[in-house]
Design a binder for this molecule. Structure first.
Ligand code: TXA
Ligand code: MG
Length: 316
C-alpha cells in the first residue's frame, strides 16, 4: 500500500527515493503531482511511463523560488513581477531554458523553454528542501484523465507505480496552476488555472495575450480532449433527466437526477474549483447515462473551471 501520511519521516524517505531515481506522488496546493529528480533522465522517463504520457508533452519543474528558477530558466522583468506576486503558489512560468541548466531534455520534451513553479504546499516545500533537487512533477493521473485532489485518487489512477504516495489531505485549490509564458515580448496565457487571469493582469498592468498556435502546440495540456471522465458530459444543462447525474452550481438546482453534487450552493467560484475534480470522479461512478453540468460563470476561477469542463466534455 503506497499511501503514507506525510510525516517528517515519510518525507525524508520520499526524498531518499527521489535521490535514488524513483518516482513519488506528493501533495501540492493545486493537485497531487508525480515527482522525479528533474536532473535524472531515467527517473523522468519513469514519470512518462507511469502516466502513459506522450513524450511530446513537457513537464513542470518544481523549485524553491525565483533564485533557483534562475538556474534553469532566463528570468526577465515579467517573470520577476509575477513570481514576486504569486510565488510560492499556483502559478507556472514558462521561460527560456538555460542550455547548460542540467535539467533532463525529456522534461522540456526537446523545447528550448522550461516551465517552473514554486509550490506553496508545506509538504511539497519540505520534500523540495529534503531532496535538494529540482522536481519534475506533472499531475499524478494517467494521461488525459482527471487530476487527483486526494491521495486515494492517485492510488486509483496509478496503483503502485509510484514508490510512495505522500498523503497531505485534500488539495486546497483543487485545480491546476495557471501556466503563463513569459518567453515572448508579451506574457501569454497557456492554461487558465488557480490564479485568475484578472489577478495576473492587475500585476502586469497589461492584458495577457492568447497563446499563439505554436505555443499551444508546445503545451499539449491545452489539447481539446483532456480531463475525461468515462461518462459523457452534457454542458449548459438547465434541466436534468432521471438517467443523468448532475454537476450543480448555485442555489437553484433542478431535482430528479440520479445523483447530484453541488460545486457551490452559494455560487462561490473558489469553492467550486476546489471541488470540481473530486465531484467529476464521484459522478463518474454513478452509472449515469451522462453527467449534466449546470452553467458556471466565466469570470475569475470560472475561466479555468469552464476550460476543464469543455475539455472533459470533448470526447476527441
Ligand atoms: O498545478 C499544477 O501545475 C500541477 C502540480 C502538480 O504542480 N502540475 C500539472 O502538471 O498540472 P501537468 O504536467 O499536468 O501540466 C503541465 C502543463 C501542461 O499543459 C504542459 O503542456 C505545460 O504545462 N508545459 C510544461 N512545460 C511547458 C513548456 N516548456 N512550454 C509550454 N507548456 C509547457
Ligand atoms: Mg495534468
Amino acid at each position: 500500500m503506497p499511501i503514507v501520511p506525510a510525516t517528517p519521516d515519510a518525507i525524508r524517505r520520499a526524498a531518499q527515493a527521489l535521490a535514488g531515481g524513483e518516482i513519488v506522488a506528493f501533495p501540492t496546493e493545486t493537485v497531487y503531482g508525480l515527482a522525479a529528480n528533474a536532473l535524472d533522465a531515467r527517473a523522468v522517463a519513469k514519470v512518462f511511463a507511469a502516466k502513459e504520457r506522450p513524450r511530446f508533452n513537457p513537464l513542470i519543474v518544481h523549485v524553491h523560488g525565483l533564485a533557483e528558477a534562475g538556474e534553469y530558466g532566463l528570468v526577465n522583468e515579467a517573470a520577476r513581477k509575477l513570481a514576486a506576486a504569486f510565488w510560492p503558489g499556483p502559478l507556472t512560468l514558462v521561460m527560456k531554458r538555460r542550455s547548460t541548466c542540467g535539467i533532463a531534455d525529456l522534461v522540456s520534451a526537446g523545447l528550448n523553454t522550461i516551465a517552473l513553479r514554486a509550490p506553496a504546499h508545506p509538504v511539497a516545500q519540505a520534500l523540495l528542501a529534503k531532496a535538494a533537487l529540482p522536481l519534475a512533477g506533472p499531475s499524478a493521473n494517467r494521461s488525459g484523465r482527471i487530476s487527483p485532489t486526494a491521495a486515494a485518487h492517485v492510488e486509483a489512477e496509478l496503483g503502485d507505480r509510484p514508490a510512495m504516495i505522500l498523503d497531505g489531505g485534500p488539495s486546497p485549490f483543487g485545480i491546476e496552476s495557471t501556466v503563463v509564458s513569459v518567453v515572448g515580448a508579451e506574457p501569454a496565457l497557456l492554461r487558465p488555472g488557480a490564479v485568475s487571469r484578472e489577478a495576473i493582469e492587475r500585476v502586469l498592468g497589461a492584458p495577457l495575450i492568447a497563446a499563439k498556435a505554436a505555443e499551444r502546440a508546445a503545451s499539449p495540456g491545452q489539447l481539446p480532449a483532456h480531463y475525461a471522465p468515462m461518462t459523457p458530459l452534457r454542458l449548459d444543462a438547465r434541466v436534468v433527466r432521471a438517467d443523468e447525474a448532475l454537476l450543480a452550481f448555485g442555489g437553484d438546482v433542478p431535482a430528479g437526477a440520479r445523483a447530484t453534487v453541488n460545486l457551490s450552493q452559494s455560487g462561490n467560484l473558489e469553492e467550486a474549483a476546489s471541488k470540481l475534480f473530486a465531484a467529476l470522479r464521484e459522478l463518474d461512478q454513478a452509472g449515469a447515462a451522462a453527467i449534466a453540468v449546470m452553467p458556471i460563470p466565466a469570470t475569475g476561477l470560472g475561466e479555468a473551471i469552464n476550460d476543464r469542463l469543455r475539455r472533459a466534455a470533448n470526447r476527441g
